[in-house]
Design a protein. Structure first.
Ligand SMILES: [Zn+2]
Length: 409
């Protein structure tokens, strides 16, 4: 059989996905495996066993990131793929897990066929992608990339008051490989889309070219507290009314820049929050996302203009940018490896950006990266009802197989 004719074992991949889902099972069919809990340990143990059965050597770094390496004809940086095994509290069976197990299935397939690649291949499980028990998400991959130091990482405290370093040691995954020292030639991350676009278009594979940039703002609207009964409607300075107009205008702004812009107000605080007082102060956040830096700048200016306009009627409006993350543009060579694999396999596809953040974003500055998506039923994720069809899971793993083979030689 020619290498171009090789396919993964979809049934084995599906069985592995379903087996891991039984660790930390939830009544609605999902899983709960928060980072560095006993459930996380059990999933890691099972994953490590499978990797060793596939003749991989499992290495663990000081952040608990796991790298299962299959030897190549030559030593040197590995062609790696993976994602994360931890979940949300009401997590599904696919978010993260699909990426890790698809990469494992690639290695198992190479092993079955006795295929020797030039470069080593590796399956990666990043620690605490979800950022639930330990608050910052992508912490394992960020530490790998050097964005968080070893001490800060180990001293991070969980919501139940435990040190990251202590919990890592407790579950047996405090490795000795220094952070960032696992050498990768390229990194591919397969993931479920977690949105409705592929399913809506009836397409099987999303070739992810970039990840949206993100900016967070806080807005404070100040009017004046007054008695709700004795103050006539005319001339009031109701901060909530002014804020509501702004929220509406922000939504219009997002719609005007569809489909790529995303503008969301998800939190609102009203003072004094009393049923019989006109609210004098209202605070809210704005979550702005767009795949292009220039458009993020332009939309930020537009938001500033809307806030200026909102001052009419004597309101004070303060706008502060709290956080900014630039768009991630994936490596063109890796993206084309994925695109060629899709073309060879004949799956329907689209090129798209990712709305959510993934471990690949953390390491894209260090390692050539690309991602691929498979459809999520009804676009649902971070929910027990999360679902992807077995044939799409298999298709995604086949694309990964051929992209990795192209890189690994
Ligand atoms: Zn994920």
């Amino acid at each position: 059989m020619k290498p171009s004719e090789i396919r993964v074992n979809g049934e084995r991949l599906w069985e592995s996905l379903m087996a891991i889902a039984e660790i930390g099972p939830l009544p609605g069919g999902g899983s709960c495996r928060l980072a560095l809990t006993d459930e996380d340990r059990a999933a890691r143990d099972l994953f490590a066993t499978w990797c060793r059965e596939a003749s991989c050597e499992v290495r663990v770094d000081q952040g608990g990131n796991m790298f299962a390496v299959r030897r190549g004809r030559h030593e040197g940086p590995a062609v790696a793929a993976g994602s994360h095994l931890d979940t949300q509290p009401h997590g599904g069976r696919f978010d993260g897990i699909f990426g890790v197990l698809a990469a494992l299935e690639v290695v198992r397939t190479l092993e079955d066929r006795g295929i020797e690649t030039e470069r080593p291949t590796a399956v990666v499980n990043w620690t605490n992608e979800e950022g639930v028990r330990f608050a910052s998400g992508l912490i394992g991959s960020s530490a790998f990339a050097g964005d968080i130091g070893l001490e800060a990482l180990h001293n991070d405290v969980s919501i139940d008051g435990k040190r990251f370093g202590d919990e890592l040691a407790r579950i047996g995954y405090l490795g000795d490989l220094p952070l960032g020292k696992f050498a990768m030639h390229a990194y591919f991350e397969p993931h479920i889309e977690q949105g409705p676009i592929l399913e809506g278009a009836g397409q099987v594979i999303g070739i992810v070219t970039h990840v949206q940039g993100l900016r967070w703002f806080e807005v404070e609207v100040t009017g004046a507290d007054r008695h709700a009964g004795s103050t006539p409607m005319a001339g009031r300075k109701d901060s909530l009314v002014a804020a509501s107009r702004l929220v509406g205008a922000l939504n219009e702004l997002g719609l005007a820049h569809a489909p790529d812009a995303r503008i969301t107000v998800g939190r609102l605080e009203v003072e004094p929050n009393s049923p019989s007082t006109i609210p004098g102060r209202t605070r809210f956040n704005i979550d702005l996302r767009h795949p292009e830096m220039a458009m993020l700048d332009r939309l930020e200016q537009e938001i500033g203009r809307l806030c200026e306009k909102g001052k009419a009627g004597g309101f004070e409006i303060a706008l502060h940018r709290k956080f900014a993350l630039p768009p991630t543009v994936f490596d063109q060579g890796c993206v084309e490896d994925v695109a060629r694999a899709v073309a060879r396999l004949g799956y329907s596809y689209r090129r798209m950006s990712s709305g959510g953040l993934h471990d690949a974003c953390s390491i894209a500055a260090q390692v050539p990266c690309a991602m691929l998506f498979i459809p999520s039923r009804d676009g649902i994720s971070h929910n027990e009802a999360e679902w992807s069809e077995p044939e799409h899971v298999e298709a995604g793993a086949n694309v990964l197989l051929h992209a990795m083979l192209a890189r690994a030689g």
